[in-house]
Design a protein around this ligand. Structure first.
Ligand SMILES: [Zn+2]
Length: 273
């Protein structure tokens, strides 16, 4: 065979693979979405995910279909004595998929695994001090989102976050907001946005972030948790928690921020309550 022909053949196969692969994946997902949502899973939603009952019926259906795909595609792993069961998978998947409603859902394409610990867990990260010496920093966390395909969650905090629906805190929503943010590279508070909305998003979020930083420095209590003042990525994750958990308050005190998040997530949780 001529070398030129071989190159042509390989290129054609590669192009065909690139075009056909997403089509096949979507067809597979369509099949999973059409499966019956188990009755026992519905009971878990009723028990652990109060948002489910407040949203319109069409979104409930969407959420159930997303949960089926999410559980089908993602790998759940339990640590420190946790056995992964339906309750853990459905509770986590439901909250993660809240962020995908009414949008072209790609189900967190970089994410492969969800690690679940019974309660808060200790992480060790190497950090460099000013002299360039590397230290091991230990932190106790309820959740962590990695760029390389992993979300780590404390089951106790997951349950608490879902159960108390209006405290503005939800570790699953927080970590999956980071996942969305990380789809465009490192987390920086700027998830994938349409070109024409990017400028406005950046203006509003920068202003709101600066406001939170100043108010936190003055020791004021704010609707958004002061952890959001850490950096723009944490601000986006904290704002997302409040958007879903305290939508009316956010609409009242941070109207522009609410409007930007409504544009991004394509839902209006203030109407669900
Ligand atoms: Zn965070």
């Amino acid at each position: 065979m001529q070398p030129l022909f071989i190159i042509f053949l390989i290129t054609s196969l590669l192009v065909a693979y690139i075009i056909v692969k997403p089509m096949l994946r979507e067809r597979g997902r369509e099949k999973v979405r059409s499966q019956i949502f188990p009755k026992t899973w519905r009971k878990i939603l009723r028990r652990n995910v109060p948002y489910f009952h407040t949203m319109p019926a069409d979104m409930q259906l969407q959420l159930k279909q997303h949960i089926l795909v999410f559980i089908h595609e993602k790998n759940f792993m339990g640590f420190e004595g946790i056995d992964i069961d339906d309750e853990i998978q459905v509770t986590i998947a439901a909250q993660a998929c809240l962020l995908l409603l009414n949008r072209k859902a790609d189900y967190y394409p970089k994410l492969k695994s969800i690690y679940v610990y019974p309660a808060a867990f200790i992480t060790k990260h190497p950090t460099k001090d000013a002299a360039g010496v590397v230290h091991e920093q230990r932190r106790v966390l309820s959740g962590e989102s990695w760029e390389l395909g992993k979300v780590i969650l404390s089951w106790k905090d997951t349950i608490d976050g879902a159960d108390i629906v209006d405290d503005g805190r939800n570790v699953v929503i927080h970590e999956f907001a980071h996942q969305l943010d990380q789809e465009t590279g490192s987390a920086n508070g700027a998830p994938f946005l349409k070109h024409k909305t990017r400028r406005c998003w950046s203006d509003v979020l920068s202003k709101e972030f600066d406001r939170l930083v100043s108010r936190t420095a003055r020791g004021e209590t704010t609707l958004l948790d002061k952890y959001g003042a850490t950096n723009p990525a944490e601000f986006f994750a904290v704002a997302t928690e409040v958007f879903f958990e305290k939508p009316k308050e956010m609409q009242h005190y941070h109207a522009n921020l609410y409007s930007q998040l409504k544009g991004l997530y394509q839902v209006d949780p203030a109407l669900w309550l």
